[in-house]
Design a protein around this ligand. Structure first.
Ligand code: SF4
Ligand code: SF4
Ligand code: SF4
Length: 254
């Protein structure tokens, strides 16, 4: 079963498999003919009728090498960004420039066994907020009271106080189950893919927290900006019908 670990509870869900076709790609059409129409009722210049009139000056030569379409689009994009259209627009447009393939047979994904939590998943994505999120395999989790993916290395207290949490955005929810067990869930809307919890979990826990590209957000750029920057070669393209590399038996949360 294809799971989508990008739902709001951090649990996987059925991958919709759909993707949007980007609106770019349409060519501007020249008006047919190429001749300008004379306004009705306008008067011709006498020279146009005279056989003695000087021949018209030749049209200016076309530029030797017109700028490539993509270079022009990128300049327009940067100009637009400079005018304040915002990083989200920049990111989305950059993804489009990257050439999102609407019928791509593959999707970018992170191999969690290769990821070293370098932090670039949070900073390199073309989207303003990364398409990468932390997911949690509840089947692998130890439900630890002292979760090293949740708590700062030396927490003041083992409670949910913000000062005790490792996550900079409070994206991990901690719930008491029964003594001494607690359940941890990810709010993907808050997760920025910094990888701190993943590092903490991998150092002292079972590695049940890990990063995945969420395909309800990812633009599936032809060249993934994070993959290009990843120092561990953890990104790869995998078949679109099964676009996650899940840890543990079944799926996260099972
Ligand atoms: S860039 Fe690579 S190593 Fe760094 S957090 Fe992302 S997947 Fe892991
Ligand atoms: S610590 Fe970082 S990777 Fe983990 S849930 Fe919080 S924002 Fe996401
Ligand atoms: S392909 Fe890579 S850079 Fe593009 S949106 Fe997806 S995660 Fe971000």
């Amino acid at each position: 079963m294809t799971e989508d670990p990008s739902n709001s509870s951090g649990e996987p869900r059925q991958d919709a498999g759909g993707e949007s076709r980007h609106p770019a790609g349409g060519e501007r059409r020249r008006p047919a003919g190429g001749e300008r129409r004379r306004p009705a009722g306008s008067v011709r210049h006498p020279a146009e009728h005279s056989s003695l009139a000087e021949p018209p000056a030749p049209p200016p030569a076309p530029p030797a090498s017109p700028a490539p379409r993509h270079a022009l689009s990128r300049r327009e994009l940067l100009t637009s960004a400079a005018r304040g259209t915002g990083l989200l627009g920049l990111g989305a447009a950059a993804g489009l420039l990257g050439g999102r393939a609407s019928k791509a047979a593959t999707r970018w994904q992170i191999d969690p066994n290769r990821c070293i939590q370098c932090g670039r998943c949070a900073t390199e994505c073309v989207l303003e907020v990364s398409a990468v999120k932390c997911v949690h395999s509840h089947g692998m989790c130890g439900y630890c009271k002292l979760c090293t993916g949740y708590f700062e290395p030396e927490p003041i207290n083992l409670d949910e106080g913000a000062e005790n949490q490792l996550c900079p955005t409070g994206a991990i929810k901690r719930e008491f189950i029964e003594d001494p067990y607690y359940e941890y869930s990810i709010n993907k809307d808050l997760c920025v893919a910094c990888g701190k919890c993943v590092k903490g979990c991998n150092m002292f826990g079972n590695g049940s927290l890990y990063l995945q590209v969420c395909h309800d957000r990812c633009l599936n750029c032809n060249i993934c900006a994070i993959a290009s920057a990843c120092p561990a070669q953890a990104f790869r393209q995998i078949p679109a019908p099964n676009p996650y590399l899940l840890r543990g038996k079944g799926a996260p949360g099972t």
